[in-house]
Design a protein around this ligand. Structure first.
Ligand SMILES: [Ca+2]
Ligand SMILES: [Ca+2]
Length: 351
């Protein structure tokens, strides 16, 4: 979600991600994944990103709309009344062409991988109950239709523009990470009208079924919904030469969906995809454990990040950070300690 994205952005323009590496994932996949086809299961467990490659990456996270305007021709494309550089809730003109023009700047900073916010066509101007209007400049309010057509956000550019950005990224020897979301659609998205039965209704007792910021929340337990969303992610993965997927709002989606549908699905398209999940949970490591068997390679470690903020950002005791690093190490082993501790601190100039 936007709020999460801003928190990550605020932490540093360039950063090695604070990650929990799923070093136990292959074994747990063997134990937990229920596949009707034994051959598919064997293939799945054999397919994964190479951790020795991804452990070395320095990821630059860019929200293209707020980065650089490479083409003023698309500023007013798509949704009406959504381009206003003076309004923090509207589009400001940045696009994939602008990002491509500035790749050398990102590379000079030392980044080895580029992660951009979701590319989906966004809903039109949304006015909330307090009469505040916003637009999906962040990419997390997709205006999907059924069947999905992999439409890109016109203000970001065309499919060709995205392809060109990815190609240029690779030509600069950088990896490309595409942000995706399967938890929700944008407010009033086309699919909400065409397929109202695709969405949760009624009480919401937990993170999975409770709509986030009242966004239309997908009912992943419905096989038709699972198929729709997984096919959509597979289509984007097939259409664009991405190296990795950063998945939004993981803890708001059933682990079973990822484990049985989404992860095997996208890996069948590209078997060495690096799958990085957002579990925005600073208070406990329990949710991370819950999602380990789902097939993700790694998760952002917001638990250790909270310790970094408390200890260094807010001038608190380092005891809090030490406790969190030790807990993470004890729970997930030396890989999590490596990725969650030293790299993050060093690359953000905190030591
Ligand atoms: Ca533009
Ligand atoms: Ca949900």
């Amino acid at each position: 979600m936007l709020k999460n994205a801003i928190r990550v952005l605020a932490f540093g323009l360039i950063s090695a991600a604070t990650l929990v590496a799923c070093s136990q994932a292959p074994q747990q996949l063997d134990q937990a994944i229920v596949e009707s086809d034994a051959a598919s299961k064997a293939a799945l467990t054999a397919q994964a990103a190479d951790p020795s490659v991804w452990r070395k990456q320095i990821i630059y996270f860019a929200m293209p709309d707020r980065f650089y305007n490479g083409s003023t021709a698309n500023d007013n494309a798509g949704a009406a009344n959504c381009f206003d550089p003076s309004d923090p809730r509207k589009f400001h003109g940045g696009d994939w062409a602008g990002l491509q023009q500035k790749l050398s700047y990102i590379k000079i900073l030392g980044a080895t991988a580029l992660w951009i916010t979701p590319p989906y066509k966004q809903i039109g101007k949304f006015t909330d109950k307090n009469f505040v209007s916003s637009c999906g400049y962040h990419g997390y309010w997709p205006d999907w239709k059924n069947p999905d057509d992999t439409a890109t956000e016109p203000k970001m550019g065309t499919s060709a523009d995205l392809t060109n950005l990815i190609t240029a990224t690779k030509n600069n020897n950088m990896k490309f990470i595409l942000d995706m979301v399967v938890n929700h659609a944008g407010y009033g998205a086309q699919i909400k009208s065409s397929n109202p039965n695709f969405f949760q209704i009624g009480p919401c007792p937990n993170d999975v079924t409770c709509p986030l910021f009242e966004l239309p929340d997908f009912k992943h337990q419905d096989p038709a919904v699972a198929t729709y969303l997984t096919n959509q992610s597979k289509a984007w993965t097939s259409k664009f030469a991405i190296d990795a997927i950063r998945m939004d709002t993981v803890k708001h989606v059933s682990p079973n969906y990822f484990q049985t549908s989404w992860t095997p699905g996208v890996r069948k398209v590209k078997n060495d995809l690096f799958l990085l999940g957002e579990i925005l949970e600073p208070g406990s490591l329990l949710p991370y454990e819950k999602y380990f068997p789902t097939g993700f390679d790694s998760f952002f470690n917001f638990y250790v990040r909270e310790g970094l903020v408390n200890s260094f950002g807010n001038a608190g005791s380092v005891d809090d950070l030490a406790h969190r690093v030790l807990t993470s190490y004890t729970k997930f082993g030396p890989e999590s300690n490596y990725s969650a501790g030293s790299a993050e601190v060093r690359n953000n100039g905190l030591t």
